[in-house]
Design a protein around this ligand. Structure first.
Ligand SMILES: [Cu+2]
Length: 125
């Protein structure tokens, strides 16, 4: 997370102006922190080389957090071309995948190591 405040220390500006801009920057930083904390989380399980649930409804227009738990003993790769994500999750491990903000629509994903059975979709609405 980075908040860039331009011209904060330009010497020819009044002190009051600088102070108000500093406050604006702090408020902005606070807003970013609040937004990050408010990311909704969605659990996704890999079991028997299938995703559960197979369809995940998420809010459109905001970043969301997928918590993927691979309950199989073998590794799986979460992959989605439309979401532009690719992540190997070892057997028994959990992974966090951030997606979005998404436009309303359907975004398919699959397990690349078991593509015939491991299929799912994120539905943003
Ligand atoms: Cu891949």
């Amino acid at each position: 997370m980075r908040v860039i405040c331009i011209n904060m220390t330009r010497p020819n500006k009044k002190v009051l102006m600088r102070a108000s801009r500093l406050l604006a920057c702090l408020a902005l930083a606070g807003a970013f922190t609040a937004a990050a904390a408010a990311e909704p989380e969605f659990p996704l399980v890999i079991k028997n080389h299938r995703f559960e649930p197979t369809e995940l409804k998420v809010p459109a227009g905001q970043r969301v957090k997928l918590l993927v738990h691979n309950q199989d003993s073998t590794p799986e790769e979460f992959e989605s071309h439309s979401l532009n994500r690719e992540k190997v999750i070892p057997g028994g491990a959990k992974a966090t995948i951030f997606i979005g903000p998404l436009k309303p629509g359907r975004y398919t994903f699959f397990g690349e190591f078991n593509e015939k059975t491991a299929q799912g979709a994120v539905v943003a609405e």
